[in-house]
Design a protein around this ligand. Structure first.
Ligand SMILES: Nc1ncnc2c1ncn2[C@@H]1O[C@H](COP(=O)(O)OP(=O)(O)OP(=O)(O)O)[C@@H](O)[C@H]1O
Ligand SMILES: [Mg+2]
Length: 483
């Protein structure tokens, strides 16, 4: 059942490694993929937000200036403040504004704009896309975002000026660059951490399976006590361990039964052999008369008969378990079968003062059975019933059929069997009261034989009993069943 402990460890180890490796690879891949998705999408959102806020700033400035030019075309101080002073007051995010007249000549310019930007190039680039902002590098390499728009002067408009705005976006660019740096740093750290963590998780998950395997390896026929302690296992593995432990329970029980059985055989064989030997030794100790020798021989013969019966029973049980055992099936009338058994036991029942009756079935109950085996099974039951029923009691044999099932019942009004012994009466060599049965010749194989005969027929044997009131054994057979 279990693979040999040292059978093929390299193959097993390779398999284990592969499973842990596969799990680790899967965890790592999934972890890195999620991290990548998360950080890249955050980066994209951040960049879009920064661009949006720059655009809003540019739109806002354009709007303010255009409103001023339209509604207060002569408020030169206001314009100057807006264009020349406000930008200078800023510490971060410098911006520059230039106001051009309708011929393209500058009217107002934020101080320092010419040093930062190539103004001719700026005019060329923005002219094609009024209102929309575009990126442009400054003279010293700083990144700028620029926008330009026409602005009507006065209401109704006398002419149209042009506003150009440039905003230094190096802060934003730096922020994004820092983000990218962090991103690569985190990615390289996690690409080492994920496999390590994944490997630990995989090993942790596989450990219970390894423990189950280790327990299985420790188990031998002399060490069936071993069980898997499933505390703390996940439910799937706990149920596997439970199933495994149940299997061990069953194995242990059958092993115990087998070893008890061998001990019982040895004991039951030894007793008659010892008796024969003892009598022979005593007889040979000195010269005996012919009658004395005859007595010894008769008693030896009795013991030998017992021995050969016991051996016969054991052989029968051993053969009945073989899958090759064939039944000699024939159509058997259950009523006739019971009458035969009754006739056979009539005399001994009468001697014991017990009434033995076979109830005639209302209609013929027939089935395809091995007649001699069925005779043996029913005889065993009747012999038990007679042996355990006191004088004045009764034993009743009955056959009934319900649907496809045939039942044979042997009921007695005898001593009954105590409830605690009932589950074991079909066990080989089991006797409720071993000392008493030993004297009366019982070996405890009768019911075991009945049960194996029923198993051979694909049927079953059940017993119900009440101590002091009597016992009923029921044999059930499917009439259509061949075997
Ligand atoms: N009808 C019964 N009434 C009371 N006890 C019973 C009855 N049938 C069986 N038993 C109990 O069950 C035990 C097992 O029965 P079983 O027929 O297997 O063995 P046995 O009669 O002792 O020996 P064997 O039948 O092999 O000669 C008996 O020893 C007896 O104690
Ligand atoms: Mg018996």
């Amino acid at each position: 059942m279990f693979s040999k402990p040292n059978g093929s460890p390299p193959a097993a180890a390779r398999q284990r490694r592969t499973l842990a490796f596969r799990l680790t690879a899967a965890y790592t891949f999934a972890g890195l993929l999620l991290l990548l998705l998360g950080t890249v999408s955050l980066y994209l959102v951040l960049r879009a937000e920064l661009e949006r806020s720059t655009q809003l700033f540019l739109d806002d400035k354009l709007h303010v200036l255009r409103t001023m030019l339209r509604e207060r075309p002569n408020d030169e101080d206001g314009l100057r403040e807006e264009i020349e002073l406000e930008s200078a007051a800023r510490r971060y995010q410098q911006f520059y504004i230039r106001l051009l007249d309708d011929r393209g000549a500058p009217i107002l310019t934020t101080p320092g704009m010419a040093e930062q930007l190539d103004l001719a190039g700026l005019a060329n680039r923005t002219r094609s896309r009024p209102g929309r902002s575009i990126s442009m590098a400054g003279k010293n390499g700083r990144p700028f975002r620029i926008a330009s728009a026409p602005a009507e002067v006065g209401t109704p408009p006398a002419h149209s000026d042009t506003i150009e705005i440039a905003i230094d976006i190096s802060q934003e660019e730096e922020l994004l660059a820092r983000y990218r740096l962090w991103f690569w740093a985190i990615l390289s750290i996690t690409s080492v951490l994920f496999p390590l963590a994944g490997y630990r998780i995989a090993r942790h998950g596989i450990r219970p399976v390894e423990q189950i395997a280790a327990t299985a390896r420790r188990i031998t026929s002399t060490n069936l006590r071993e069980r898997i302690g499933a505390e703390g296992y996940p439910s799937e593995l706990a149920s596997l361990a439970g199933t495994f432990n149940e299997m061990l329970d069953r194995l242990e029980e059958s092993f115990e039964r087998i070893s008890r059985f061998s001990a019982d055989i040895a004991h039951d064989l030894r007793t008659p052999v010892n008796n024969i030997r003892g009598e022979a030794e005593v007889a040979l100790a000195r010269a005996r008369t012919v009658d004395e020798y005859r007595d010894v021989l008769e008693s030896s013969l009795e013991e030998t008969v017992r021995l050969s019966e016991l051996i016969g029973d054991l052989l029968f049980l051993a053969r009945a378990e073989s899958p090759l055992t064939e039944l000699r099936l024939e159509k058997v009338d259950a009523g006739e079968l019971l009458t035969t058994v009754r006739d056979y036991y009539e005399a001994s029942a009468a001697d014991a003062g017990i009434s033995l009756t076979a109830v005639e079935p209302a209609r013929a109950v027939t089935a395809s059975l091995d007649r001699s085996l069925m005779l043996r099974a029913v005889s065993n039951l009747v012999s038990n019933a007679i042996a355990h029923t006191p004088e004045g009691g009764s034993v009743i044999l009955a056959a009934t059929a319900t649907g496809p099932e045939m039942r044979i019942e042997v009921r007695d009004t005898g001593s009954g069997i105590p409830a605690e012994a009932l589950p074991r009466v079909f066990d080989r060599f089991f006797r409720v009261d071993p000392s008493r049965s030993q004297n009366s010749g019982g070996t405890g194989l009768g019911l075991a034989i009945v049960q194996s005969i029923m198993t051979l027929h694909g049927g079953s044997a059940e017993i119900s009993s009440r101590a002091g009131q009597g016992t009923t054994v029921t044999l059930r057979i499917h009439t259509a069943a061949k075997r």
